[in-house]
Design a protein around this ligand. Sequence first.
Ligand SMILES: C[S@@+](CC[C@H](N)C(=O)[O-])C[C@H]1O[C@@H](n2cnc3c(N)ncnc32)[C@H](O)[C@@H]1O
Length: 424
Amino acid sequence: MSTRTELLATGSEVADEVRHFYDRYPYPPPVDNLEKYQERWHDPQRKRADFHLFWPDRVFREDQSILVAGCGTSQAAKHALRWPAAQVIGIDSSATSVRYTEELKKKHNLKNLEVQQCAIERISDLGMSFDQIVCTGVLHHLADPDAALTALRRVLKPDGAMHLMVYAPYGRAGVYMIQEFCRRIGIHPSDGEIRDLMRGLGALPAGHPLQSLLTQAPELQDELTLADALLHPKDRAYSVPQLLELIEGAALRFGRWIRQAPYSAQCGVMSRIPQAARIMRLPLEEQYAVAELFRGTMIRHSAVVYRNDCASPSQPIDFAGDGWLDYVPIRMPDTICIEDGLEPGTAAVLINRTHTYRDLFLAVGQIEKRFFDAIDGQHKIGDIVERALSSSCRSAHLDLARSFFERLWWHDLVVFETAARATA
Ligand SMILES: C[S@@+](CC[C@H](N)C(=O)[O-])C[C@H]1O[C@@H](n2cnc3c(N)ncnc32)[C@H](O)[C@@H]1O
């Protein structure tokens, strides 16, 4: 095993500057226990939905090897709590972040967690490979994000999956304006400067692009979060095409968005604009780029990606043939079903509560509601349709079922397990 100094060496001054920044202003703001988090992840359906979001075509298992790259103060400990049978490695270049993670490990007795002070760029030196790599909020702070992603790709198993999150440019325009404001007047990260900056921002004129972000993201009232957003020594954002280029450049392949409805012309307000049909004729990558421009306020992109030499199609969701009848739908755990006070003809409105855009909901009719109620995470769509409809009207409603389950999926209300298996 290499020494601590070797594991940090990237030969970049930016890396040293970023490391010192996080030693002083660790992110996310440290927490001293994860009990609420643990409770949330007790739910076995939440785990299954999370697993099949990454691997629809694999049989559920809990003993993956997981790397949390740039784990900050708590993310690796959270994964170790969420997946007790998994082996979790958290790495971070900041000693402060590693220390906070070690404290959580001790507090929650996380025997399945190992923490290393190590730069992403040196990850191969650990001599390990992983089923899942989580790297959120990190690549956009690095001197060479392409090299770092390539380093992560080297330690991803052939059928492994990565969860990447990077900043998005248009929704963060206000952040970049205030970063430039700070640079021009020489504001540097220090406790006094951050406090003064918070006071100054309180007087931002109405309509300033940062203002809507401050109201949308109350966590920015926290000093460490504010320092991370506005005084970071290195921060670049990726539009959809730039992110796809970053992924391809590292010999990876885009799989799906963690939440895909905001990017889809089949969902929400975009499905009702005069240009909707034209957008839907574009290749999917183009549709996503267009959606980012239309929405205008996306502040980050979170994606699932795979190695580009992965043997099987990584997201084999397809409603063109008959294969979809064998998919087992699993409800997304934050889905709610509203049945009161609706317009005539609407039996329910389905909402994924993790969506921040208010236009992302799915209104459903009587038959569709019957399908939805029959989703138990065990039965295939074919069985659900059979149970919900009498044999005389089944074939007449097959197209309705196809379109409904496809829309449920696009709206992030279900994921599918596509691996063929016997129905319970
Ligand atoms: C914004 S925080 C994100 C933390 C965590 N991933 C999360 O989403 O909560 C970025 C983290 O990446 C770490 N980091 C920055 N550059 C790194 C590098 N080259 N190698 C490893 N960690 C790095 C920082 O120390 C910091 O803890």
